[in-house]
Design a protein around this ligand. Structure first.
Ligand SMILES: Nc1ncnc2c1ncn2[C@@H]1O[C@H](COP(=O)(O)OP(=O)(O)OP(=O)(O)O)[C@@H](O)[C@H]1O
Ligand SMILES: [Mg+2]
Length: 406
């Protein structure tokens, strides 16, 4: 018998006021099951029990309490099919329901994983003791898929030179025009679109007319511009910024499921994080990264890893961001990232070889509970161990509920 079979049978959203509540700003009574964005404060995502005192407490998620200056890094570790994505969905919809214009950006690795208009079947919800919820925004769709290369591109003026070189540099190779390109790149206003950028480049090129390699430089510069222009991930025609793609009122899902190449994914993840930092400084935001170990592996450096390290060490702390990371392979994840985790969920069973490094590195002591917990003969989906740096020596057993949306 599973440890959570003792859970009292209360409905999932039972803490909410009975039938109606008031929308703060409009003062209109709205029906509880059709809440608008930002009309409630915290959402119950599951239950937790302390192994020392055996009673069940609800586990709430409340983004408002994580104000600026105290954002959080959340790490979910679980084997295949145990409930990582379900946890992410729970967090996203809770964030969406309880805030008004926090920017929510999540990366989707598997098609259909994050669809917030899809609902589990009514039978399944009854079986899991979950009350259905409908996400609602004021006249807008709830979510938007951004497919890189199609309806999502990285604007020229937002690009980081170093990340661009890591990405496009291979096609181009070292060239004697690098200096010229870098100089032109520094002037952000001259790269609002490719036309202006070409003018700027030519302006600088003119200083080298006497150079014996002038023709080669010219050719390299031209080749660089062509590579930019033909790259479907980069917006070179229109004078766009990140804000032309991201809508702060809805859930922005960046769909990486069609991209097989890890370097391309890394480039996109790093650029999105950099753009978020540029535009959402000091505003609460939610960013969800799945398969986190592929972006911040233990060894080597890539632009995404740099960006994630910055997100967990600086952005989450200083700007009140929630950085949500999900992985099956905590053993191959960068240490600095694990060290900065505030909240950790270890769901289902994870073999020792994968757990050792994680347990040694986390700022929460989960050792004792882990060995005790694995004695349970039946660990269900979404069940596991939970630790929070606020209570570093008090780990919990947790059960995350089935996400009512998505
Ligand atoms: N907390 C939960 N309660 C009940 N069922 C759950 C729970 N979490 C997950 N499930 C069930 O398990 C299935 C797989 O869950 P989910 O997609 O979240 O796993 P995952 O860890 O992301 O898997 P993958 O490794 O394939 O990405 C879900 O479709 C759902 O039916
Ligand atoms: Mg998943």
């Amino acid at each position: 018998m599973g440890i959570f079979d003792y859970t009292p049978s209360i409905s999932f959203q039972e803490y909410e006021p009975s039938i109606r509540l008031f929308d703060e700003e409009e003062e209109l009574p709205i029906h509880i099951k059709h809440k608008r964005r930002g009309s409630d404060y915290s959402v119950r995502l599951g239950y937790k029990i302390s192994p020392k005192r055996f009673w069940t407490q609800p586990y709430y998620y409340n983004p408002r309490r994580r104000g600026v200056e105290e954002g959080k890094v959340v790490l979910v570790v679980a084997g295949k099919g145990i409930g990582k994505t379900n946890t992410l969905r729970n967090f996203v919809q809770a964030h969406y329901r309880t805030t008004r214009d926090d920017s929510i950006v999540v990366f989707q690795e598997k098609r259909g994983d994050l669809d917030f208009l899809r609902h589990p079947s009514p039978e399944r919800l009854v079986e899991m003791n979950v009350e259905p919820v409908r996400l609602r925004s004021n006249g807008k769709p709830v979510q938007r898929y951004l497919v890189p290369g199609r309806n999502f591109k990285i604007p020229l003026q937002e690009l980081e030179y170093s990340a661009l070189m890591a990405y496009i540099g291979k096609k181009m190779g070292q060239s004697i025009a690098d200096r010229i390109i870098e100089r032109a790149w520094r002037d952000v206003r001259s790269r609002r679109d490719i036309r202006r950028f070409r003018i700027k480049l030519n302006e600088i090129l003119q200083n080298y007319e006497e150079d014996p390699y002038f023709r080669t430089m010219q050719a390299s510069v031209e080749r660089f511009c062509e590579l930019l222009e033909y790259d479907s991930l980069i917006e070179t025609e229109r004078d766009n910024t990140f804000l032309d793609y991201i809508d702060r009122e809805i859930i922005n899902i960046i769909d990486l499921s069609d991209i097989g190449d890890y370097e391309i994914k890394q480039f996109i993840v790093s650029q999105v994080l950099t753009m978020m930092e540029r535009h959402f400084k000091r505003t609460r935001s939610f960013i969800g990264i799945t398969e986190a170990h592929t972006y911040c592996p233990e060894e080597g450096m890539n632009p995404a890893k740099q960006a994630i390290i910055r997100a967990v060490t600086v952005l989450a702390r200083s700007y009140g961001w929630t950085v949500f990371l999900e992985t099956q392979s905590p053993h191959s994840m960068e240490k600095v990232v694990i060290e900065n985790v505030d909240e950790v969920f270890i769901l289902g069973y994870i073999p020792d070889s994968k757990l050792n490094k994680l347990l040694k590195t986390l700022s929460v002591n989960l050792y004792d509970l882990v060995s005790f917990y694995y004695l349970a003969d039946d660990i269900g989906k979404g069940e596991g161990i939970y630790g929070n740096v606020l209570e570093p020596t008090r780990p919990y057993i947790i059960k995350i509920g089935l996400s009512p949306v998505g």
